[in-house]
Structure formats: C-alpha cells, structure tokens
Design a protein around this ligand. Structure first.
Ligand code: PLP
Length: 282
C-alpha cells in the first residue's frame, strides 16, 4: 500500500549528491555509497530506490570522481561509507578504498555502516578485522530486534571488539516489531553486553509502501522517555527523524527544558519532577 506521505527518496539524498555515489549534506562529513547490494534486504530501507536496482556502478568505476571531489573539499573530515553494504566487498578492494580515503590528509574519521555482522556474521573474519583496524575504521551496525543477536552475531561482534574496532548500532523503530519498551530495552542492553553502543533510533522514513511499519512520532517519544534516566545512559540512543526532503537528522525527545528566561532554566527530570537551574550572575 502506498501512503499519501510515501516518498521514493525520503531523505532527499539525490539533491545533495555532487558526484555519483556521494551525498554531501552536512558541512564536514559525507556519505559514500560503496555498492548497491546487501546481504539481505530490509523492507523499510531508505535507499531502496538504489539498492539492487542495477543502476549504480560499482564503486571502482565511480571512485576516481569521488576521490577527486574529496581531495578538493578540504572541509570534509568525516567519511561514512554505506550503500548497499560495504562489508560485502572483498578484503582487497575494501583495503584499497580505505587506503585511498586515508591518503587524503584532511580526512580524519572514517566509518562504515553495515548490517553484515547481523545478516552474514561469517563474513567477519580475522583478515577483515585486520583491514578495518589498519585504517582505524569505526563501524555502525544495524540491529532492530534482540532476536537478531544470535550466538554467531555475538561471535562476530566479539571478533570486531577484540580487534579494536569501535562499534555503534542504529535501529529503525518499526510498528509491531520493536515499538515496545521491553523489546527495545532488551535489544539495547544486549548490545551493550556485546560492546556495541546504541547510537541512533530512527523514526521509520516514509519510504514507498512502508506505512504499515511506521509508528507515530509520539510512540517514539514515549519509548525514549521510558529509557532515558531509567537505564544506563549508554543504552539510550538518540531518537532522530531524518527530515523528509533533505533536512538531515533532527533529534527528538519529550521536553526537558520547560522554560528558560532571565537566566533561569525550568527543568523536568526523568521522573517528571521539576527543578530549576540558575545561570551565573556575571
Ligand atoms: C547520517 C548521515 C551522516 C552522518 O551523520 P552523523 O550524525 O554524524 O552520524 C552524514 N551524511 C548523511 C547524508 C547522513 O544521512
């Protein structure tokens, strides 16, 4: 079913693409689309217009233009490699891609967004970990439910964490899948046990044909309110809406700053109690 609000490119990425396979939206960081296949396909994928549509050239054919753009744009210090799933690349081309990025002096932070440790944990080999470590890569994993944390997935996360790869996780809020306090808590607590830090909880993007998977924003706000303060801060991701049309990620939470005027902040804590903070009088 196609809902009135559904969009083919909900985050407006195609508008912010200066060269094929690169999205440059924020001042200091870019999203590099490495390839167009994944180990399995998510119904709610925000990039379903590209993934497995056969229209994206392999990264090797686009890479020269991407590298030239990045060399020229000295304001870019952070490259997020996503896709498709970059960890479906073989070790050698991945090593080469990372090496070319690392050779650009102003690029100081490189991360890979991947669902491979979840969908294809056997891909996480000591050789792959060595490539990631060599290039000081951070990994953003993607998990939506505690049932995805199988023994094989745990082993893959252990291999990565033992190899010194910092691990974060992104979760998409999905109706009747994980829109429940207990489910999210179990997922985030078990990720911490695997040394994976929950990073973002995404409101589901209005991708064509996914309205049945989307909750209201209020549901997301209520769920985050039940976590923040009630459990380990590390277990609470930032709840964001990737603003339709290309506005970027907007963090959402229930109001905690109820009023702020004349140097006085009226605060609401995690239990709903009111407190006041007064600025220094200079
Ligand atoms: C999410 C995203 C990033 C990275 O944002 P962070 O908040 O730094 O994780 C960069 N570019 C685009 C287009 C993105 O969607």
């Amino acid at each position: 079913m196609v809902d009135a609000a559904d969009m083919v490119d909900p985050c407006g990425e195609d508008h912010d693409s200066p060269v094929s396979g690169l999205v440059h939206r924020y001042p200091d960081r870019v999203l590099l689309l490495a390839l167009d296949s994944c180990a399995a396909y998510c119904r709610y994928c925000t990039r379903s217009r590209l993934v497995s549509q056969g229209e994206m050239y392999p990264v090797t054919r686009r890479l020269d233009a991407i590298i030239a753009y990045l060399e020229e744009h000295t304001e870019v210090r952070d490259v997020l490699i996503s896709g498709g799933d970059p960890l479906l690349m073989a070790d050698e081309p991945l090593d080469k891609l990372l090496g070319r990025l690392r050779a650009i002096p102003h690029i100081e932070f490189v991360r890979i967004g991947s669902r491979v440790p979840c969908f294809l944990p056997y891909r996480i080999t000591p050789e792959l970990v060595a490539v990631l470590r060599k290039h000081r890569v951070w990994l953003s994993l993607h998990f939506c439910h505690v049932r995805e944390l199988t023994p094989e997935v745990a082993q893959a996360c252990d291999l990565l964490a033992d190899g010194g790869i910092p691990l974060g996780s992104q979760t998409v809020l999905l109706k009747n899948v994980n829109d429940c306090e207990q489910t999210l808590k179990q997922l985030f607590h078990n990720l911490l046990k695997l040394r994976v830090r929950p990073y973002y909880l995404y409101q589901c993007d209005p991708v064509v044909g996914t309205s049945h998977l989307r909750t209201s924003v209020q549901t997301g706000i209520d769920l985050i309110s039940k976590l923040r303060g009630h459990t380990t801060g590390y277990a609470v991701p930032t709840y964001v809406i990737d603003a339709p049309g290309g506005g970027g990620k907007v963090p959402i939470q229930a109001d905690t700053l109820l009023a702020y005027s004349n140097g006085t902040a009226k605060l609401r804590n995690w239990q709903g109690e009111m407190y006041t903070y007064v600025d220094p009088v200079m």
